[in-house]
Design a protein around this ligand. Structure first.
Ligand SMILES: [Zn+2]
Length: 402
């Protein structure tokens, strides 16, 4: 019961307050003079942001109900119901915890993807695509999740100072996932084809050469089958890096803008931002592991569990939410700083104006409301608001209220 009260005070309540602040902010701002977007899109994007916020409020409430269920009743019941060898029990127990969470959130995800995103013109795929994606995600959860839970449980059961070895395993996983994601996991959800436009490819190659960026090549992702939104990114580490352009981006942004956006991404590469973020992630994981390994036994007993691999893992999962919520303040602060530096780098390769104009198109096409409550932003925004970026690019004139 005590943990549940702490959870509500530290996570649920602050999250609801932030959502409330953001909703009021959106209502007030959308009534003012439009800004960056034209009047219709300004109002539409504010509506979109508020619906998403209301979905997130529902998620927060569902989350705390579920945590309450587990702590007050579920853990104890499931623990008694499973008569298996310790290792197998651990895997089934933790998967049960994770699966219930995904199942409970599924209707909301379906509503957001199939109803809300469709209404705002983002979601392109239908029910079939959604079901396919959901099925693949569940399979990944079962297979990869199962293997990981097995590995962590084994370490906890068999190794002294298990948190140290669990940390090393985490480190290997984070690096491994970054290498494998672009070639193994992402292609399960999208098709990646080498860029065909020769002229564009040559300019991109020239840009990559200038920065000394070695990669597997430039790929176009069929993002349009799922979503109308635009993006570009680099995935992978070392030589496994790939430049990924959303097919939606190619249609909407002129070539100089596209090169500027890529220049921005190259800035992240040049400044080694991905490694900085991985270090932060590992720090988070390390602190969390150390904390979990030193929790008093009474805490587990309060939830009807004794100290065991599955108890330690589900507590790790539960506590990572409140801890992560505040840790994101640091991650976002660093990320926003990195974004401005990447903008500067991208602009130096092309021009401030090309990048500013491309950013403007991104915001417009993605229907993102250009403003957010300042406190909300610190918790949830990894990128500075557009106006801050335009000012930093000496292009404030592009973003004035119209
Ligand atoms: Zn960036």
């Amino acid at each position: 019961m005590n943990i549940l009260i702490c959870y509500v005070l530290v996570l649920t309540l602050p999250r609801l307050i932030l959502s409330g602040l953001q909703l009021r902010f959106l209502a007030q701002e959308s009534a003012k003079t439009p800004y960056i977007l034209d009047k219709d899109n300004f109002i539409k994007s504010a509506q979109y942001a508020s619906i998403k916020e209301k979905i997130s409020i529902t998620e927060t409430l569902l989350d705390v109900i579920l945590i309450g269920f587990w702590l007050l009743y579920g853990f104890h019941a499931l623990n008694n119901a499973l008569v298996l060898s310790p290792l197998l029990k651990s895997v089934v127990f933790v998967l049960g915890f994770l699966l219930l969470q995904s199942l409970v959130n599924l209707p909301l995800l379906a509503y957001e993807t199939l109803v809300v995103n469709k209404r705002f013109g983002f979601a392109k795929g239908g029910v079939g695509l959604f079901m396919g994606d959901t099925f693949k995600s569940f399979m990944l959860l079962l297979i990869i999740g199962g293997i990981l839970i097995f590995a962590f449980s084994w370490i906890i059961m068999n190794v002294l100072n298990w948190e140290l070895y669990a940390f090393i395993l985490g480190m290997v996983l984070i690096v491994g996932l970054n290498v494998l994601y672009p070639t193994l996991i992402a292609p399960m959800f999208n098709k990646f084809t080498p860029l065909e436009n020769v002229e564009l490819k040559e300019s991109i190659d020239a840009l990559l050469m200038r920065v000394g960026f070695k990669s597997e090549g430039v790929f176009v992702m069929d993002a349009s089958k799922r979503d109308g939104r635009l993006n570009a990114y680099f995935a992978g580490l070392g030589k496994a890096k790939r430049v990924i352009l959303f097919d939606t981006l190619l249609d909407k942004i002129p070539q100089d803008g596209l090169l500027a956006v890529l220049g921005h991404e190259l800035g992240h590469f040049k400044h080694r931002d991905i490694y900085k973020m991985m270090m932060l992630l590992l720090m988070f994981f390390g602190i969390l592991l150390f904390g979990i390994a030193h929790l008093p036994q009474s805490l587990f007993a309060g939830a009807g569990l004794e100290i065991s691999p599955h108890a330690l893992i589900v507590f790790l999962l539960i506590l990572s939410a409140p801890f992560g919520f505040y840790f994101m303040l640091i991650v976002n602060a660093l990320s926003c700083h990195n974004e401005l530096n990447a903008d500067k780098f991208g602009a130096s390769l092309t021009s401030e104006e090309s990048l500013a104009k491309a950013l403007l198109v991104l915001v417009k096409e993605n229907n993102s409301f250009p403003l957010a409550h300042p406190l909300y932003m610190r918790f949830f925004y990894s990128h500075p608001p557009l106006m801050v970026r335009l000012i930093a690019l000496n292009c404030a004139h592009l973003g004035t209220r119209n």
